[in-house]
Design a protein around this ligand. Sequence first.
Ligand code: BTN
Length: 260
Amino acid sequence: MNERTLRRILSDLPLGGVRFFNQIGSTNDVALAWASEGAADLALVVADEQTAGRGRVGRSWITPAGSALACSLVLRPAVEEGESIALYSALGALAVVSALEEKYGLKPEIKWPNDVLVRGRKLCGILAETVWLGSQAESVVLGIGLNVRAEAVPAVESLDFPAISLETATGLSVKRVALLHDILTALIAWRPRLGSGEFIQAWEARLAYRGEQVQVWAEGQPIQVGQVEGLDSDGSLRMRSPQGEIFSVRFGEVHLRPVV
Ligand code: BTN
């Protein structure tokens, strides 16, 4: 990835600045540090390679050089977005899905809360980290990791969920900067609708495993099994227990797996 091309291609977007690294530990860490120094809304950190990328629930995220999209966006929640902080990660997923549908003709799904799947395999993960000042969200760092080339997909034995790359899924050669531009464009377009009925419906329409049995659990908590019904208006996952009772799973450090 070339910094000059990156800056040129992204120049029509209202970003709050761009920082590019050939190699960095984690773009989320850099974005969190930048946010603490006063980074503007939509400040963007991009890396060609991450050596200490982080995933959800304490997992690591591997980004070999030249193979993936690894970026983090600093968001400064506006007052009216304050109620919807938990939905920023879904905003990231919806932006990725919109770009993939529009530009690559794929039919991606969102494994609740925010993994992007293609053909049942994980293509992209999102890590949203919020910095709180009392009860006010001062900033949210939205990290996006997307497997572009096959080399980005870790060895099967190290995966706890099957993965795929965009080039494998499409059979095309993918330009990472153009892909990033499309994702950011979609994110900027969806953001004013964060938490709206339209937003939740768009997310629900792409929800993976609808009507299927899944198991859901948080670390150290019992596993809940049920059928995926859809989303509540706040983005919680609505499920039906084997006894026919409807229950909702709230956001958090939650794992979800299909029951096979
Ligand atoms: C997950 O599925 O567990 C979330 C993975 C998020 C990875 C991205 S890569 C860019 C950004 N920087 C990080 O350290 N993590 C996120």
